[in-house]
Write a protein that binds this ligand. Structure first.
Ligand code: IMP
Length: 194
């Protein structure tokens, strides 16, 4: 079985990726690689950050690897929080504070259009490949649902029957989500290599 390092220690993302990839590739986490450092992600674009993380792992460990970066871009806020989605309101990953900040900034704003974008950067045999997934929708005026994470409870996808991501199960969300789409593009590419 071929091994690829996924530049993350997020158990949820690893689980999801291992399920989609199946038995053809063994997905190794950063911890399993023996890497316990904070990898720099200081670029000003999602693609820049994804590439920076994958490049860092490749430079330090010389392995085939991939990384991902996700952001929520809100049209009325000129694309914010975007690349700053994780730390929009505070320095930590405080989703409740992030949601409160977005809802405050959108108070009284009619245009609620927004989209999530995930970029995956893969370095395979020393070559860089990138994959993108997007989902379009709008930001509600209050939270709906308790599932998911991040901004899920205020994001209503255009393709939904009226439920936010936080009201869907993981499979329903993955079928239309930014990360699901980017991941399937990565997996489709990997399957052409066999
Ligand atoms: P990351 O690049 O995957 O760590 O995502 C950055 C930030 O974007 C997270 O901390 C969340 O706030 C937000 N985010 C990423 N993916 C999702 C999602 O699927 N739903 C809601 N928020 C998300």
């Amino acid at each position: 079985m071929k091994r690829i390092v996924f530049a993350t220690n997020n158990a949820h993302k690893l689980d999801e990726m291992r399920k989609i990839v199946g038995d053809n590739y063994e997905i190794i986490s950063l911890a399993e690689l023996g890497c316990h450092e904070d990898i720099p992600e200081t670029a000003d674009t999602l693609e820049g950050n994804a590439v920076m993380k994958a490049q860092w792992v490749h430079d330090h460990y010389g392995v085939d690897c991939f990384s991902d970066d996700t952001g929520l871009e809100i049209d009325a806020l000129d694309g914010r929080p975007g690349v700053h989605s994780a730390r929009y309101a505070t320095d930590g990953h405080d989703s409740e504070a992030n949601i409160n900040k977005v809802l405050g900034e959108l108070q009284g704003v009619e245009n609620r259009s927004a989209h999530f974008t995930t970029v995956i950067a893969l370095i395979m045999g020393g070559e860089l490949h990138t994959f993108k997934g997007q989902v379009f929708g709008r930001i509600l005026t209050e939270r709906h649902g308790t599932g998911g994470f991040g901004y899920d409870s205020i994001f209503l996808p255009d393709e939904s029957d009226g439920r936010t991501f936080a009201q869907m199960d993981a499979d329903e969300k993955g079928a239309i989500s930014h990360r699901g789409r980017a991941t399937r593009a990565l997996v489709a590419f990997l399957s052409t290599l066999k």
